[in-house]
Design a protein around this ligand. Structure first.
Ligand code: FES
Length: 122
């Protein structure tokens, strides 16, 4: 079943919403189920100063997005790039086997948002 941490992040997701004028935006759909995840970042002095997400998906995907934003907030860009989908799933104390695909998008979407930021900056 779901861990307490998953239930907590699902029932009380952190950092939900949109950042107007974000420095980077990453968006992706999960090929397994079609769920969508978007991550917005605001960067200040090389750090992720603010991060928000919008996820149209299952409870596990919402918990993954919420945990991801907590893990990335305040991190330097290079550090944030190192966060993996596995790290997020582990921080959630695992996901049921048939829900593991739900953790596939989290870090990927963050990396896309960082790429978007770096492209715009260049
Ligand atoms: Fe689609 Fe979980 S069922 S992300």
């Amino acid at each position: 079943m779901y861990s307490k941490t998953v239930m907590d992040h699902f029932s009380n997701p952190r950092n939900v919403g949109v950042i107007e004028g974000a420095d980077g935006v990453g968006e992706e759909g999960n090929p397994v189920c079609g769920d969508m995840m978007t991550v917005y970042i605001k960067v200040k002095d090389g750090r992720i100063d603010d991060i928000k997400f919008q996820t149209f998906g299952c409870g596990a995907a919402i918990a993954v997005s919420s945990m991801l934003t907590e893990m990335a907030k305040g991190k330097g860009i290079e550090e944030a790039k190192k966060i993996t989908n596995k790290d997020v799933a582990e921080a959630l104390e695992g996901l049921p086997k048939n829900k593991l695909h739900c953790s596939n998008l989290g870090a990927d979407v963050l990396h896309k948002a960082i790429e978007d930021y770096e492209k715009t900056k260049a």
